[in-house]
Design a protein around this ligand. Sequence first.
Ligand SMILES: [Cu+2]
Length: 243
Amino acid sequence: MSTVQFVETFLRKVASPGLVPAPAPSAEHWQSLFTLYIIAAVVVAGTVFGLFFYFLIRYRRRPGTPDPTDAPRVGVMAERGNPALAAILTALLVALFFGLTLNTFALNAYLQNPPNDPNALYIDVFGFQWGWRFVYPNGHESIGQMRVPVQNLTCGPTVTGCWSGTVILNITSLDVFHSFGIPDFKIKRDAIPGRINQAWFVSDQIGTYSIRCYELCGTGHAQMTADLLVIGSTSFNTWYVGG
Ligand SMILES: [Cu+2]
């Protein structure tokens, strides 16, 4: 069990099951790493502040007590402490930081690069003042509503003519800078004129999720929302084919 999986399980069972509510596996991984950082930060801060206050009280100056013999003196190199312990703690910290960094790079690569899935649904996303337009491969267009099929595990790479549930978005803007965000899926990408940014997800839960703009883009910015409808593969296909 990896650290991320451990934290995920811990949160589900013990701490707060609501903390990992993601409707997409990629968002769960995102949340797990985020939570791992939070836990690391709390542990480090707790240790540092705990020791700080402990030493503050334990070694406070008392009237009539002479300075300890190993007290630091101006102009004299200190010879104190435990070099072996210092080396071990340093190695532990380096290992912790390397672990977090490698985890983060690996997860980032996974989240940033759409999977090579022949049954993925590609949608062109256009931000404009003020709304979102979604264009499907067969020419279907809708404004303010993005329909996608839910994850379908029977639709593997060797099966053809089905929707696997992988959704790959090509995001751009028709006017000013926008930012396309689906908070429940931990997705946020700049929508910039003349440039295409990709995002992807697979949703394993049917439902309605909110999409909104995260870049102040004019007076209608706050109303620049859309709905993401994750529906069953069959109903998606009926809509897709029928229009
Ligand atoms: Cu906008």
